[in-house]
Each structure stands twice: as C-alpha cells, then as structure tokens.
Design a protein around this ligand. Structure first.
Ligand SMILES: [Zn+2]
Length: 323
C-alpha cells in the first residue's frame, strides 16, 4: 500500500468500515447516498474511492470532509484535525456507520434534486431529427448504430449535455415525474470503465423509469437503454428498474398503482434469471422469451422483438423451468 492508500484505509477504519487489507479494490456500503448494496469502490492501489451510486469520489481527506459535513456538522478547519486523528490510527468510537439507516439527509438530497432538475430543464431542447450540426450528427449516428431512431430521442426528450465525456442526456421520468437524469458516454474506452453517469444524489431504489399507473401489466427491464428500445418498438407500459433486482420501494410503487402482473424482460443472463425469480414473490410473472443470443432488450432488432413478443404472449404463466 502506498501511504496515500494507508491513509484511506485508516480513515475507513476510523469510521467503522471493515477494511480488507488483502484486496487492491474493495466495495463498501456508501454512507453518502443510502446505499443498499455496496457501491462505493475503494482503490487501495491509488488511495482513492468512487461511488457508482451517487458519483461522489475523492481521496482520504475528502472522505473525512464529507463524513463530517454529512453526519457531524463539523465546520471550519476542524476537518484537518479529525483527519489527522484518523490517519494516526485512532477510532471515532461515537460513530456507528450504518448506511442503511444513516445518511438520508433530506435537505441535502432536495438540493441535489433541484440541481439535477435545473440542469436538465435549462439545457436547450435538442431536435434529433432536424439538427444537422456536427455535434448532434455524431451523437445521432452513434445512437443509430445501436438501433435507436432520432424520433425516439425526440419522444423521450433526450438532450445533448455540456459534459464532453457524457454527451447524451436522458431525463428519468417516473410515471410522469422527473426523478433525475442519466447520461451515457459514446466513447468506447470510457464505456469500458463507466457507461452511465447519474446525477448526484439520484436514488435508484426509489425510481421506476417509465409509466405504470393504469396498466394491467407492465414489462420490467433493467437499464434505461432497454426501456428506450421497448418504447421505440411501441410499448408504453415498460418500467426500468436500473439494476437486476427490484427494490422494495419499486415493488411498493407497482403494487400501489394496482399492477399485479409483470412480464420480466430483465437481461437474458443469470442475473436476469435471479431477478425474475425474485419478482415471482410479489407478482404474477411471465418471462419474456428472448431470441437466441440476444442479451437484453437494448440490443434487440425489431424483427427479434416481434418474434419474442409473439412467443411471450403465447406462453403460459409461471416459472419457465425450475431454477
Ligand atoms: Zn454513494
């Protein structure tokens, strides 16, 4: 471990996190966004950390700063003193970090929400069908190469953001209500590391992207692009859960809206199957019949979609085989 990494390890220990000294990288529950599955990645080779849930990142000092601001109202120059204590191996015994119960500071989140809202709504509208500027053309071609039509981008009011690396910006609407935005990189190298960026403070578990009220059943998909593809194919009753396992909150939303039946079009892989099994506990479930070799709705062609939909609607209810 470099000294920077040692400092980060000590800071984590200081706040009561379990640190595994044998790993170069480790995921911990993020204390900053009400994390449920560990999504804060600690890199002990560089001494830095990054959260895939809320996008916060930094080094040991920044971690202390955020912890103190969020949980202890520490102000002024006291961070430095606390940081020093932490890297000297003390422990802050008064603090018990439990990301599941601590960390939802309503004022903080509502401020982040406002920022995300303003950012999206203040950006100029993009006309994906008619705008022929180089910039838009490039993004349009990228999306076209993935099978997305410019008119679909207009329908969901996608925009071009100011972020050079994550140019494509989509609003996440939960039954008509803006919940935040997600942006996608078109850069291949960057996509290997991180395809999507959500706005700061965005909470996945309390969001269902799509429309579900007033529908007898909904299609459930994992990602935003899966949702977008189904929308393009004309389905309106589609929700994206932004992961493979539906959260308690998302389940409650569907239930409250009176949705009792779902078609699981979660990815055609082992996580999608696990996620589907989980849905069986709460809903009457049909599994979407993927064509051979198709991994998810996002990569589906229209022909594949039609074939799949036909098979799905003709299939009987219930488990497709015993898992
Ligand atoms: Zn986080």
């Amino acid at each position: 471990m470099t000294s920077q990494a040692t400092r980060l390890a000590r800071v984590l220990v200081y706040y009561g996190f379990q640190v595994n000294p044998f790993c170069d990288k480790q995921k911990i529950l993020c204390p900053f966004h009400g994390d449920e599955n560990p999504s804060l990645l600690v890199d002990f080779t560089t001494g830095t950390w990054f959260c895939f849930g809320c996008n916060l990142s930094g080094d040991a000092f920044h971690f202390v700063e955020l912890m103190e601001k969020q949980f202890h109202n520490t102000s002024g120059m006291k961070f430095a003193k606390i940081y020093k204590e932490a890297v000297n191996g003390k422990s802050r015994s008064l603090i018990k970090v439990d990301a599941k119960t601590v960390g939802v500071d309503d004022a903080y989140f509502s401020q982040l929400y406002d920022e995300a809202h303003d950012y999206y709504y203040c950006l100029g509208k993009t006309d994906w069908v008619h705008d022929d500027s180089d910039d838009i053309s490039e993004l349009r071609e990228y999306m076209r190469s993935r099978g997305f039509m410019p008119s679909t981008l207009n329908t969901v009011r996608a925009k071009a953001s100011y972020n050079r690396n994550y140019r494509l910006l989509f609003p996440m609407m939960d039954d008509g209500e803006f919940k935040g935005w997600v942006s996608r990189t078109t850069d291949k190298e960057l996509a290997k590391k991180r395809k999507y960026l959500y706005n700061k403070g965005f909470r996945r578990r309390t969001t269902l992207v799509g429309n579900y009220s007033d529908y007898k059943f909904v299609y459930v998909v994992e990602g935003y692009m899966d949702w977008l593809k189904f929308r393009q194919f004309g389905l309106k009753n589609v929700v994206a859960i932004l992961g493979w396992k539906m959260s308690k909150e998302q389940i409650a939303k569907l239930k409250d809206a009176g949705v009792a039946n779902v078609v699981s079009a979660l990815d055609n892989d082992k996580y999608g199957i696990q996620g589907t099994d989980y849905l069986h506990k709460f809903f009457k479930v049909k599994r979407f019949k993927f064509c051979k070799g198709v991994k998810d709705p996002g990569e589906m062609t229209k022909v594949q979609f039609k074939e799949s939909i036909d098979k799905t609607l003709r299939s009987s209810n219930g488990h497709s085989g015993k898992h």
